[in-house]
Write a protein that binds this ligand. Structure first.
Ligand SMILES: NC(=O)c1ccc[n+]([C@@H]2O[C@H](COP(=O)([O-])OP(=O)(O)OC[C@H]3O[C@@H](n4cnc5c(N)ncnc54)[C@H](OP(=O)(O)O)[C@@H]3O)[C@@H](O)[C@H]2O)c1
Length: 269
């Protein structure tokens, strides 16, 4: 895709980003605004949404709407429909996630089910709702935030990793279903990235340097650059090589132990 103009005509005029108050979601909002698309930003935090919306309007001079919604709740779609009625949403970024770090049997069932609701049910509903319009128009883009943790079992984040595997497989499947119908789909798999969510999980990074921690800006830029070129992508050359090599060379059992060992070093208290 050549430049911001090509991006806008392929994926504009409106983009919808969930989880846009901070971290990767706020960065998606900034960088999509920079490409000239208007934005609908979704999250629970009203004040934070207003702050990001103001920032994006100020730097990119695009229209920005905000929708306060909790993606755990089944009725979130009604609030979204009210705001997006009549808008041509050509780009959907399903970024919001319920993060869950810790041992499976030390987490409440309610918390585990939230990972299914926010990370799996909500993206499915959003793709169903906004993907249909894209298909009818014969153009559009969908980015589903997965994670390097989608590629194998990950101790200390079992439900979250499983939810990210759902997003990866959903994206890759839709990529094949839609690629000849003008809609680009990407399963995007960042490794550890410095965001408020990642920092709140309090990883003890000094105990293991297995995975480098990336910055949100370059990660998001890479996602927007590869949309339309591949069904799925791991941003960052070092992450891409190490994850791809580990997948190819290590027996599954050894891989799961290696990743689990790293998580234990980061998160065992
Ligand atoms: N950071 C990493 O290391 C990393 C690595 C791999 C993949 N990812 C993926 O990248 C995405 C963004 O991660 P991040 O680290 O930037 O997250 P973050 O800093 O924790 O931000 C999460 C965003 O999601 C929103 N959100 C959370 N629960 C929500 C709910 N129930 N309803 C609506 N919005 C909700 C939050 O806003 P409110 O609290 O205002 O609702 C916030 O805007 C996630 O899908 C994550 O799985 C991150």
């Amino acid at each position: 895709m050549s430049g911001a103009k090509g991006f806008k005509s392929r994926y504009g005029p409106w983009a919808l980003v969930t989880g846009a108050t901070k971290g990767l979601g706020a960065e998606f909002a900034r960088q999509i605004g920079d490409r000239g698309l208007n934005l609908v930003l979704v999250a629970r935090g009203r004040d934070e949404l207003a702050r990001v919306a103001g920032e994006v309007r100020g730097r990119s001079h695009v229209e920005v709407k905000t929708v306060v919604a909790d993606l755990c709740r089944q009725e979130f779609m009604e609030a979204l429909r009210r705001e997006t009625d009549g808008l041509e949403v050509g780009l959907l970024v399903c970024n919001a996630a319920h993060p869950l770090v810790g041992l499976f049997f030390e987490q409440s069932l309610e918390d585990k089910l939230k990972t299914v609701e926010v990370n799996c049910r909500a993206p499915t509903m959003l793709v169903h709702e906004y993907g249909a319009g894209m298909l009818a128009r014969g153009r559009g883009g969908i980015i589903l935030l997965s994670s390097g943790s989608a590629l194998q079992g990950v101790a200390y984040t079992a439900s979250y990793a499983a939810s990210k595997a759902y997003n990866l497989i959903l994206a890759e499947s839709l990529w094949e279903e839609l690629r000849e119908r003008g809609v680009d789909v990407l399963g995007f798999m960042p490794g550890a990235t410095r965001t408020p969510g990642f920092e709140q999980s309090r990883p003890r990074l000094e105990r293991s340097s297995l995975a480098p921690v990336s910055e949100a800006g370059p990660v998001v830029a890479e996602g927007l650059r590869v949309l339309g070129r591949t069904p799925s992508w791991i941003p960052g050359r070092r992450n891409r090589w190490s994850l791809t090599l580990a997948q190819r060379l290590l027996p599954r059992r050894r891989l799961i132990q290696l990743v689990g060992g790293n998580m234990r070093q980061w998160y065992a208290r």
